[in-house]
Ligand binder design. Sequence first.
Ligand SMILES: [Zn+2]
Ligand SMILES: [Zn+2]
Length: 387
Amino acid sequence: MPVKNRFAELHDDITAIRRDLHAHPEILFDTHRTSQIVADRLTAIGCDEVTTGIGRTGVVGVIKGKTDLSGKVIGLRADMDALPITEATGLDYASQTPGAMHACGHDGHTAMLLGAAQYLAETRNFDGTVVVIFQPAEEGGGGGREMCEDGMMDRWNIDEVYGMHNWPGRPVGSFAIRPGAFFAATDQFDVVIEGKGGHAAKPQETVDSTLIAAHCVTALQSIASRNADPVDQVVVSVTSIESSSKAYNVIAQRVHLRGTVRTMSPGMRALAEQRLVAICEGTAATFGARADVTYHKGYPCMVNHDDQTAFAADVARAVSGDCAEAPLVMGGEDFAFMLEERPGAYILVGNGDTASVHHPEYNFNDDAIPAGCSWWAEIVERRMPAA
Ligand SMILES: [Zn+2]
Ligand SMILES: [Zn+2]
């Protein structure tokens, strides 16, 4: 089965929705306009139930199949939020909001799931219930976590969840997936090194926080090179070094390091945190200073479930003829929280040879719409075949 014919007919409509969302990007939980458009559309296409305000600005729609002998409920999730980036595409439907841009293609994800919802509401050719999930704040805000904390999975008795993200560099409409750990746990850290400031010409009277910070930055790279099992993944990146002094002749009292830790397993995550704290505190103590380390746990590792991943790959092969094995991604993905609550799978759909996500010249590729929508619809019709 190639893409469904209905999505060729709906392609222009779905593209128009996508481009309107693109022109009006909204960040984190402030997806008020987008959520309203989604809720209105779900109502217009005949969803049996539309609920707003789940996870602050999240929207949930329910579509019942012709029958419900299976009693099964499948959740399909899209993200709605944009990024704080100034768009540089020059498109005629480019962002009209200064400093905000749909640079990760969530406009495309939302439009594709709305298109799939319309088809499913029109045909209802399945035995069970579909719950379409539109979440805010994927880009660092934890909107998926908040929807789960609002009891979404239990409230709608969701059995399985599926997610999709566009992927620049893959052929348009082709798919890639992998079972198990897929996207990294994304943690952040602050390290404040408190020394003793003074005159740059009298170092013997100071405790040099800058020298200590430099030792810490170097030593932190030993987590990946000396503490981690070489076949396991960990990234430790110090991304900011901020001194309390900008003078040429002053030894700074204080240096603030910031950075991120990316890991693919709970064990490695715990090891990286423990070593980061020990290295910074120990290095500071060695030189007679103090390091205050704050470790902020972000999104957990996103883990695809084996059975649902194999099924999602079968559906992808049916839609586009092939499904590649995706590489590990050291970026984070808020869908991880949903996959912690329910079995499911997350797949990549090719965006073609475009700028990468989070780049000011990125744009979602509307040519991916028929394949993306067909995958959603086929997940439902194959997992809950009509009675
Ligand atoms: Zn993103
Ligand atoms: Zn994204």
